[in-house]
Structure formats: C-alpha cells, structure tokens
Design a protein around this ligand. Structure first.
Ligand code: TTP
Ligand code: MN
Ligand code: MN
Ligand code: MN
Length: 343
C-alpha cells in the first residue's frame, strides 16, 4: 500500500542544495538503473544525458517515499522522458531492458573494469579497450603498455582499495592523521570531509582537510605530514600536488572541478583492520592490515570554509550549489571563494 507522501512532489526543488536528503534511499531500484545509464553515457563522452540521469537520481534520492506509480513523478523536477521511460519499465517488469543491454555490453563491462583501477580514467580505459584488451591479465601481459606509478599501485592494492572503507576505519585513520599533524604543529586543524562528513557508513576513500590556524604556516604542513607517514612505514603511495592557489587571480569565471590548493592522493596501510578473506583480490588474508585510499587537501585558513564546503560533496550537491549561486543569487562559488557579481 502506498503511504501518504509527506513531501509533495510539487515542493521538490530543482536544486540539490535545497533538498533535504537523508542517507536512506527509498528509490534505489531506479537510481541504480540511472547510474548505469549515466556511466554508459560517460564512457561514450555524451555529457548531456549523463548529467540528466545523475540529476534525476539525485531528485529520487531526496524523496522520503518510494515511487510506486509513474503518476507520482508528475510534479517532480529534473525527470525527463527518458528517465520516466526507464522508471516505467522497472515499475511494470521489475527491470529495465535498456539497463540490462548496457550491463551485458562488452565495451561497458570492460571500461567499468578498467576504470575501477586507481589511476585509470575513461581516456586510458578507452585506449586499452581499442587495443583489444579486455581483462587485467591482458593489460599486465601487454609489453607495450607502460603503467604509471599510480596505476602500478592501483593494480598492486586492487583487492584492498576496491573494498569499501567503513566508518570505523575512517575514524581510525582520522586518529592517525590527527596525531601526526599535532606532532608537527600544535595549531593544526583537521576535518573529516567527503562522504563520511555527510554521514555515510561506507566510502571508497577517506577525505581530510588539514591546515593551521596561522595563515601561511600550512605551506609546509602537507610535506611534513607525508614525511611523518613515511617514517611510520604506512605510506604505500603518494601523489603530491603543490599549491597553485593565487588569491589575486580570483575569481575564475570558468567552472573548475579541481581547485588550486595543495593536495595529495594517498594509499595508506591501516593496521589492525579486520580483513575479510574472500575470492576476489583478498590481498590481505590473515594479515591484519589493509590498504586504504586517502585524500588530503590543505587550503590556507582564510579559505577553510570554502574548501570544507567544496570537499564535503556530494558531487551533485556541489554542482547545484554553484548553479544556485550563479542563477538565483548572481554569485560565483567555487572551492576558493564566493563572489558577488554585482560588486
Ligand atoms: P570523493 O572522495 O570523490 O567522493 P565522496 O567522498 O563524496 O564519496 P566516496 O565515498 O565514494 O569517496 O570526493 C569528495 C568531494 O571532494 C567531492 O564533492 C568532490 C570534491 N573534490 C574537489 O572538490 N576537488 C578535487 O580535486 C577532488 C578529488 C574532490
Ligand atoms: Mn570520499
Ligand atoms: Mn584555474
Ligand atoms: Mn576523495
């Protein structure tokens, strides 16, 4: 039986930043289907429909009720004909034939597999696919392929880093990093961000912001922190990107997915973590440790609020927050600042 909708469809905003959304998803059968289609468009570099399916999924995730008939979606924003057709198939047959076609497509399956490796994006995945490679063993056996450092680590720790990180593991890493930054400087500021800041139980990595209350002192913090982790013997991989942030060059009028702050993409060794044995890449059977992906970003303290907001996600929330600022407030928002365009 259909429960009375506590949130009328007509009151749902087109902006994710105006939709109160819990981690409970009552419409997973639809949003999982949309994500497959979005990903398939992404692999084919067709941006419009890709974003449209992600936007539609975000709207459905905000509903505190499950859609049980298509009529219930009539007043919802961001649901186009294509999204509704997919939902109709699922409501009628319990599955979408379009989604099943994608899932059984060799190109989709191969790109999905290849891009699941840390350091392999759609471009590299595509290149390998076009060369006729279909599996990890194909790649590793191909003498003409030169894996970069990131991809080598991606393959080496594949089993561990493709396994979800739990909230408890995120907290354990938080304690390790907290101790390390406090040993460097007593005025260190550390914040857990990304999916775990949004209250998620699991994540694909753990994201932190690290800085200092004294402006400018953060410049050496990240390198010192990396040195600390290395000394502790827990740094398995580090890709460090120095800051290119320049306050005098703001605002940037182009949308930028990446910010200019110093950051590093890491793989850390987490001791004492319960490693569950299994068939698929159970790198850590009986070892008592696992590899975890960690992102660190280090903005100057006067940019802290914007960096924290930008790194909390979700991606759709961030996109819509910027679009809301631009369209509804005539302001420019990014990870560095908020500007009033009229001043
Ligand atoms: P992610 O860690 O990619 O995503 P997530 O934490 O929401 O989900 P998951 O559990 O899968 O890890 O990114 C976190 C946020 O950081 C996201 O909103 C995008 C933002 N971000 C930037 O703003 N700049 C960057 O360079 C990167 C890598 C992320
Ligand atoms: Mn994350
Ligand atoms: Mn720029
Ligand atoms: Mn991340």
């Amino acid at each position: 039986p259909e429960a009375p909708a506590p949130t009328p469809a007509s009151t749902v905003s087109q902006y994710a930043c105006q939709r109160r959304t819990t981690t409970e998803n009552y419409n997973k059968i639809f949003t999982d289907a949309f994500e497959v289609l979005a990903e398939s468009y992404e692999f084919n570099e067709i941006e419009g429909p890709c974003l449209a399916f992600r936007r539609a999924a975000s709207v459905l995730k905000s509903l505190p009720w499950a859609v049980q008939r298509l009529g219930a979606t009539e007043d919802l924003p961001c649901l186009g004909d294509h999204s509704k057709a997919v939902m109709e198939e699922i409501l009628q047959y319990g599955r979408s034939f379009e989604v099943e076609k994608v899932l059984s497509d060799e190109r989709y399956q191969t790109l999905k597999l290849f891009t699941s490796v840390f350091g392999v994006g759609p471009k590299t995945g595509e290149k390998w696919y076009r060369r006729g490679l279909r599996s990890f063993s194909d790649i590793l056996a191909e003498p003409s392929i030169q894996l970069n450092r990131m991809q080598q680590s991606g393959f080496l720790h594949y089993g561990d880093i493709s396994r979800a990180v739990s909230k408890a593991e995120a907290q354990a890493l938080g304690n390790i990093i907290d101790e390390a930054v406090r040993a460097i400087t007593p005025d260190a500021v550390l914040a857990l961000t990304g999916g775990f800041r949004r209250g998620k139980e699991f994540g694909h990595d753990v994201d932190f912001i690290v800085t200092t209350t004294e402006q400018g002192k953060e410049k050496r913090l990240l390198t010192s922190l990396i040195d600390q982790l290395k000394e502790q013997g827990i740094l398995l991989f580090c890709d460090h990107q120095a800051s290119t942030f320049d306050m005098s060059k703001l605002p940037s009028h182009r949308f930028e997915a990446m910010d200019h702050f110093a950051k590093c993409f890491l793989i850390l060794r987490l001791e004492g973590s319960q490693v569950v044995g299994g068939l698929h890449g159970a790198e850590g059977d009986g070892r008592g440790w696992r590899a975890v992906r960690v992102d660190l970003v280090s903005p100057p303290i006067d940019r802290y609020a914007f960096a924290l907001l930008g790194w909390t996600g979700s991606r759709q929330f961030e996109r819509d927050l910027r679009r809301f600022a631009r369209t509804e407030r005539r302001m420019l928002l990014d990870n560095h600042a908020l500007f009033d365009k009229t001043k």
